[in-house]
Design a protein around this ligand. Structure first.
Ligand code: ADP
Ligand code: MG
Length: 644
């Protein structure tokens, strides 16, 4: 400790510890644009002091202080240009005033000073300061002199006045105070006198300190007080009005909170008019502590898929409001969740920037993600309720498969799909339950609509075998199946990709296929030479039963309709050109007929038919044809001939 008292009369003059001056300069410099935070810092200190007293009085009976209400009173005085913040908390003794307000001794400021020393002169001080609580000294953002009169709780408590203009020194002198607690008086700088208005205090308290767990009362100047009408009202008027809502809902025991309380709170936080779909309320305790109250809204917000969607929860630190839409606490794929996180470990003046690389924040995000997934599991226990959730937010949750590898399994369980089994949604687990014994993989088709998926030629053979097929119709599904790749022991296999290989049911079928393939080998070659490099390969198909041809994508490439969407976006340049594979159904009568044409040497009709088949394969998968006029002409030719 650096200060030596120099009594002058009854007052002592102390020099600030060397570092305090530097910290003060820095605070004023870097936080000036946010100077209104001074009030929440001082209220937070008052609240801490009340908490400390409440806690210590449990065991130390000397501190029992019946009759003194635990509260914070704020008195703005426009005439004098002062604001007074008084609490009935634990108070400070002479030595504590020296220790806490005269040195860089307390937690936040000390840590700040240390890291500044470590970072050296090159440190970006403005960004550094955001990481630490600078607490009490923020009073000097608006005041050029601060008086603190404090009396410690307990029998021997004597009151002292600490006073400083925050240059080099401060004074201490004996003072009077009726009860234990602390009164901080800010002598506002001329240009900050506007803070000494009731409405400004009210506004700041509502914004930053609404949920402080002790009553904050505003002592209005005499001219603002309402005229009491009768005796009773006059008595009531003596008690200054409480201006904070108080009692942080999330800190109350769950069994004291009704559904209505939760719903009202949700609406207060979100400005939503509808009750939430679900909620979870929890406290994580251990070396790090925080409380969370999270909600799933009933309806998706309009901006859920915009460039910059609203995202995140409200952050409080020990019940002091810090910021709205704190996105660092929730992964992007849970951006539909709303609510409150109240941390015991973060400093009061964290900023969005400093949150990014905070270990505390990483810890919170991890826990919050878990709790949010628990909440979704709970909704999913009721399929009907979950279907509603899925319709609103399923698309966002799907992003998680791709973004959060570590939660793949849990998110996978929460996925729902349409399928060929019924009109209802199915989970992957339910699909696996229904699989016939000989089915090894999970099959899906990907198309731009449910109808297109249902009528896709690719699933003909699967359907014939009684295999269920998932209908994937969201572009993001491409990344979902890529991210999952397996579900349990079952690979996710696209009915539209080259890898689909359906083993023949028995030897007879094997033989039959072989014979058919042989029979049309000439046509297959012809397909390749007519279509040239529009396709990568022509081959005999095992997936077709009713259609003559279809296009499939090579393994590892994007499905046609997803590729098409990407080509329209600005990422098109990065896409490699994929050449699809044309699969031909060797047992289809049309193909057999083409072979006959080939055998008869009718090259022209054969080639026109091949082009026409290729075009209809494009149309069947939802792709545009290369030469629409040529396609129309060929189609008309065929019609003319068949109707002739
Ligand atoms: P922090 O709150 O992060 O510790 P502050 O600069 O806000 O830092 O406060 C420094 C210290 O001064 C506190 O830790 C506390 O011990 C003491 N203090 C400040 N205000 C009060 C108060 N109203 N009542 C009692 N002690 C206080
Ligand atoms: Mg503080």
């Amino acid at each position: 400790m650096s200060t030596a008292a120099q009594p002058t009369g009854s007052a002592e003059t102390h020099a600030f510890q060397a570092d305090v001056g530097k910290v003060l300069d820095l605070v004023i410099h870097s936080l000036y644009s946010q100077r209104e935070i001074f009030l929440r810092e001082l209220i937070s200190n008052a609240s801490d002091a009340l908490d400390k007293l409440r806690y210590r009085a449990l065991t130390d009976h000397d501190l029992a202080t019946e009759g003194v209400p635990r509260e914070i009173r704020i008195t703005p005085d426009r005439e004098a240009g002062t604001i007074t913040i008084a609490d009935t908390g634990i108070g400070m003794s002479h030595d504590e005033l020296v220790e806490y307000l005269g040195t860089v001794a307390h937690s936040g400021t000390r840590a700040f000073e240390q890291s500044r020393a470590e970072a050296g002169a090159a440190a970006d001080e403005v960004s550094l300061i955001g990481q630490f609580g600078v607490g009490f000294y923020s009073a000097y953002l608006v005041a050029d002199r601060v008086d603190v009169v404090s009396r410690p709780a307990g029998k021997e408590g004597a009151a002292w006045r600490w006073s400083s203009d925050a240059r080099e020194e401060y004074t201490l002198e004996p003072a009077e105070r009726e009860t234990h607690g602390t009164t901080v008086t800010l002598h506002l700088r001329d240009e900050e006198k506007g803070f000494a208005e009731s409405w400004r205090i009210e506004d700041l308290v509502r914004r930053y300190s609404d949920y402080i767990d002790h009553p904050i009362r505003l002592v209005r100047p005499a001219e603002e007080a309402e005229e009491p009408e009768d005796g009773e009202a006059a008595a009531e008027a003596k008690e200054p009005e409480q201006i904070n809502t108080g009692g942080a809902l999330w800190k109350r025991p769950k069994d004291t909170i009704t559904d209505e309380d939760y719903a009202a709170f949700y609406k207060h936080v979100t400005h939503d008019v509808t009750d939430p779909m679900a909620r979870t309320h929890f406290t994580v305790e251990g070396t790090r502590m925080f409380t969370g109250l999270l909600f799933v809204p009933d309806k998706a917000p309009f901006d859920l898929f915009s460039q910059d969607p609203s995202h995140g929860v409200r952050l409080y630190v020990k019940r002091v409001f810090i910021m709205d839409e704190c996105d660092a606490l929730l992964p992007r794929w849970l951006r539909f969740i709303r609510g409150v996180i109240d941390s015991d470990d973060l400093p009061l003046n964290v900023s969005r920037e400093t949150l990014q690389d905070s270990a505390v924040v990483r810890f919170i995000q991890k826990q919050v993600t878990r709790k949010a997934l628990d909440m979704l599991d709970e909704i999913a226990a009721d399929e009907e309720r979950y279907a509603k959730f899925w319709a609103e937010f399923g698309l966002v949750l799907k992003e998680g498969v791709h973004l959060a590898f570590e939660h793949k399994e849990r998110i996978g369980k929460l996925l729902r799909f349409r399928s060929s089994a019924s009109d209802a949604l199915t989970s992957l687990d339910a699909y696996v339950e229904r699989m016939p014994e000989d089915q090894k993989a999970i099959y899906y088709v990907m198309a731009q609509s449910l109808d297109a998926a249902k009528s896709s030629p690719h699933l003909e053979a699967l359907r014939k075998r009684g295999y269920e097929v998932l209908y994937l119709t969201d572009p993001i599904d491409e990344w979902v199946v890529m991210g999952l790749s397996m579900w349990g022991d079952h690979a996710l296999v696209s009915a539209m990709k080259a890898g689909l290989e359906l083993k023949p049911a028995d030897e007879a079928e094997e033989k039959e296929r072989e014979v058919a393939r042989e029979a049309v080998s000439g046509v297959l070659e012809r397909f390749q030479s007519v279509l040239g490099d529009r396709i990568g390969e022509v081959r005999a198909s095992t997936r077709l039963t009713d259609s003559p041809v279809c296009l499939v994508v090579p393994e590892g490439s994007l499905h046609a309709h997803v590729e098409r969407l990407l080509r329209q976006s600005d990422r098109a340049a990065a896409l490699p050109e994929t050449r699809r594979i044309l699969e031909v159904n060797p047992t289809h009568p049309l193909i057999t007929r083409l072979q006959e044409l080939a055998d008869a040497g009718k090259a022209e009709t054969l080639d026109e038919s091949i082009r026409l088949l290729y075009d209809q394969a494009l149309l069947a998968e939802g792709s545009p044809v290369d030469d629409p006029a040529g396609f129309a002409r060929r189609l008309l030719d065929v019609m003319t001939r068949s109707l002739a």
